[in-house]
Design a binder for this molecule. Structure first.
Ligand code: DGT
Ligand code: CA
Ligand code: CA
Length: 572
C-alpha cells in the first residue's frame, strides 16, 4: 500500500494528541493539527509531490521543519520526534481519548495530577470524587465520564474460542515456566469449549512460597491490572480480554477445577446432589461435617457423589448429571475419530491452494479423504463454477486419484440453493459427482415461511447429500436466518440429507443444542472445515468441541466412516 495523504495526516494528529496530553505549547499542537487538516483538504497527492521533487513549503502553513517531517513520514511511516513522544507518554493514555468527555488536554491533566493511565483507574477516581475536584472538570464532567465508563464495562464483549486460544495457551506456557509452578489449567467456558468465551479463568498450583501472581501480571500482553493478591489476580489484555488467575492448594485442586470449569448451572445441580447425601461441596473440596473427603482430583468429586465422570463440554445442566447417575453418558467423539472432510475449497474458486495441496495437507493431518466442494456459478464473487469448469475439475480429480495411495479425493460441489429452493446446477451435472453439498449464500432475509420452504425444497432434490452451515450465522456478527429448524431436522431424517456442523470458528453451526436435537431425532451430521486454505484443516478441533457439546458420538458423524462406508451411507 502506498502512503496516502490521510495516512500522513493521522500520524500528524497522533503527534498533536501526544503533545497536548503532555501539556506542550498550544501553538505547537495547533501547527500539527492544521497541517493534518490541510493534507486532507488539498486534493493533491503529497507522495507524488515528493517524488516529483516539488517544494512542500509552498503548501499553506508548512514551514521547512514540517516539510521535512512530512517527507520522513512518507518514507518511513513515522518521524523521530513522534517516536520520542511515544516513549514519553504511556501508550494506554491514547485509549482514554475514546471516552466521551475526554480530550487530550483532560487526559494529560488526569495523568499528571492523579497518575491515571487506565480506564479502571479513572473509574475508581471518579467514584471517589477526585476527578470533579480538578481544575476544568467539575461534577457534570465527572458524571459524564462515569457513565461512559459504565457502558464501556457492561457491554461485555465476548471472544471467539479460536481467538482466545492463542492467549490461553501462551499464558499457560508462560506460567509453567515460573519457578515453583506445578500445574496450570485454563478452566471456565474455555475448557467447556464454548463457541465464545467472556473471559479466561486460570488455575495454578505452586510450591509454597512461590508467587505466580507477580509474574502473571507481567505477562507481556497485559494492558491493565485489575487486582493482584497472593492467591488471586485479574488482568485485562491488550485485546480487552479479561483473565482471572487463582492459586490453589494441591488438596483442593480437583474441587477448584470442577468449580471454576462450571457452568454455574451445572455446579448448582451437582451441589444439590451433594446436599441430598448430607455433604457440603465448594471450591475447596467435598466435606462431611468438617472432614474433607474428596477434592484433590477432579474425578474424585464425581466419584464420591456416585456419578460417572462428566466431560467438561457436557457441563451445562442439560441432563448430563441425570445421565451420569444412570450410566447413560455418551461416548463423545474425538478428533482422532475423523477420517475425512467433506467440504473443502480449492483455487478453482475462492480457495488459496490447488486441489493437490489441499489433499496433501489433509493427508498430513491424518485424514483419509476430502471432498472438493467449490462454489457454483451463482456465487460470482467467489468465481463460482459453471457446468463445464466443474467437469474439468472432475477430470483433474480423476487424474490425481490415480496417483494417490491410501487417500481419496471425492468430487463434490457446494451448490447454491437459489431463492426458489432449486439448485444452481442441472441435475445431470450434479449426478456426475460423488456427493453434493448445498448452501444458502443469498436472500438471508426471506420471511420465516419462505426461508423454510426454500430449504425443505432443496432437501427434496435427491441430488443433495449435505446441507452446509445450515443456519447461516456468523458468530458475533450475523444472526442465523429465520427458518423452522425443527422442520429441517425432521426433513433431514426422512430424506437422509446430512446436516453439516461447520468447523470454522466463526460459524460452528449447527450449534450444540441443534446437534443434540438432530442426533436424538435420528439425523446424521458431517463435521466439515469449509477450508479455503491449507491452514484451515486445524479448525476441525473447533468442530469437535462443538460436536462434543452437542453430545455427538462417532457413529452420529458420517465422516468418521471409512470412505466406502461413507459413500454407501450418503446414498439416498
Ligand atoms: P464466560 O466467561 O462468560 O464465557 O463463562 P464462564 O462459564 O467461564 O463463567 P465465569 O468466567 O463467570 O466463571 C467461571 C466459572 O466459575 C463458572 O463457569 C462457574 C463458576 N462460577 C462463577 N460464579 C459462580 C456462582 O455464583 N456459583 C457457582 N456455583 N459457580 C460459579
Ligand atoms: Ca470465563
Ligand atoms: Ca471469570
Amino acid at each position: 500500500m502506498q502512503v496516502q495523504n490521510s495516512d500522513i495526516a493521522a500520524v500528524l494528529d497522533e503527534m498533536a494528541d501526544l503533545l497536548e496530553i503532555d501539556g506542550a505549547n498550544p501553538f505547537r499542537v495547533r501547527a500539527y493539527r492544521n497541517a493534518a487538516r490541510m493534507l486532507l483538504d488539498i486534493g493533491k497527492d503529497v507522495r507524488e509531490m515528493i517524488e516529483a521533487g516539488e517544494d512542500l513549503t509552498r503548501l499553506p502553513g508548512i514551514g521547512k521543519d514540517l516539510a521535512g517531517k512530512i517527507v520522513e513520514i512518507a518514507q518511513t511511516g513515522t518521524f523521530s520526534e513522534l517516536e520520542e513522544m511515544r516513549r514519553k507518554v504511556p501508550p494506554q493514555l491514547t485509549e482514554l481519548l475514546d471516552i466521551a468527555g475526554l480530550g487530550p488536554k483532560r487526559v494529560g491533566a488526569l495523568y499528571r495530577t492523579l497518575g491515571i493511565t487506565s480506564s479502571e483507574q479513572l473509574f475508581n477516581a471518579c467514584k471517589d470524587g477526585k476527578v470533579s475536584k480538578l481544575p476544568g472538570f467539575g461534577k457534570k464532567t465527572e458524571a459524564k465520564i462515569l457513565e461512559a465508563l459504565q457502558t464501556k464495562f457492561t457491554t461485555t464483549q465476548r471472544f471467539l474460542i479460536a481467538e482466545a486460544a492463542p492467549y490461553a495457551e501462551a499464558i499457560r506456557k508462560y506460567l509453567l515456566e515460573v519457578k515453583g509452578v506445578r500445574q496450570v489449567v485454563v478452566a471456565g467456558s474455555y475448557r467447556r469449549r464454548k463457541e465464545t468465551v467472556g473471559d479466561l479463568d486460570i488455575l495454578v498450583t505452586a510450591e509454597p512460597g512461590s508467587n505466580p501472581g507477580d509474574l502473571f501480571v507481567r505477562f507481556p500482553k497485559v494492558r491493565d491490572v485489575l487486582a493482584k493478591g497472593s492467591t488471586k489476580a485479574s488482568v485485562v489484555l491488550q485485546n480487552s480480554m479479561q483473565v482471572d488467575m487463582r492459586v490453589v492448594e494441591d488438596e483442593s485442586f480437583g474441587a477448584c477445577l470442577h468449580y471454576f470449569t462450571g457452568s454455574k448451572a451445572h455446579n448448582i445441580a451437582i451441589r444439590k446432589i451433594a446436599q441430598k447425601m448430607g455433604l457440603k461441596i465448594n471450591e475447596y473440596g467435598i466435606f462431611r461435617g468438617d472432614e474433607r473427603i474428596a477434592g484433590e482430583e477432579e474425578g474424585s468429586v464425581f466419584e464420591i457423589l456416585g456419578l460417572d465422570y462428566i466431560e467438561p463440554e457436557l457441563r451445562e445442566n442439560r441432563g448430563e448429571v441425570e445421565a451420569s447417575a444412570s450410566g447413560r453418558l455418551p461416548q463423545l467423539i474425538t478428533l482422532e475419530d475423523l477420517k475425512g472432510d467433506l467440504h473443502v475449497h480449492s483455487s478453482y474458486t475462492d480457495g488459496s491452494a490447488s486441489i493437490s495441496t489441499m489433499a496433501e495437507t489433509a493427508k498430513a493431518y491424518g485424514l483419509k479423504y476430502i471432498a472438493i466442494a467449490d462454489h457454483s456459478r451463482r456465487l460470482r464473487i467467489a468465481n463460482g463454477l459453471d457446468s463445464s469448469s466443474l467437469l474439468k475439475q472432475v477430470d483433474e480429480i480423476d487424474k490425481l486419484n490415480a496417483n494417490m495411495k491410501g487417500f481419496t479425493i471425492l468430487k463434490a460441489i457446494e451448490v447454491d440453493i437459489l431463492e426458489d429452493g432449486s439448485l444452481d446446477l442441472p441435475d445431470e451435472v450434479l449426478k456426475r459427482l460423488d456427493l453434493v453439498v448445498g448452501a444458502i449464500h443469498s436472500k438471508f432475509n426471506l420471511s420465516r415461511g419462505k426461508q423454510t420452504t426454500r430449504i425443505l425444497k432443496a432437501m427434496d432434490n435427491p441430488c443433495l447429500n449435505i446441507l452446509a452451515h445450515p443456519t447461516g450465522r456468523i458468530l458475533l456478527r450475523r444472526d442465523p436466518y429465520d427458518f423452522d429448524v425443527d422442520a429441517v431436522i425432521k426433513k433431514a431424517v426422512e430424506s437422509k440429507v446430512v446436516l453439516e456442523l461447520n468447523a470454522n470458528p466463526h460459524r460452528l453451526d449447527l450449534n450444540d443444542v441443534y446437534c443434540r436435537q438432530a442426533k436424538e431425532a435420528g439425523a446424521r451430521i458431517a463435521i466439515n472445515t469449509d477450508a479455503h486454505s491449507p491452514a484451515e484443516f486445524k479448525n476441525l478441533m473447533w468442530g469437535i468441541g462443538q460436536a462434543r457439546r452437542g453430545w455427538l458420538e462417532a457413529r452420529d458423524v458420517i465422516n468418521t466412516f471409512p470412505v466406502k462406508k461413507l459413500m454407501k451411507s450418503i446414498k439416498r
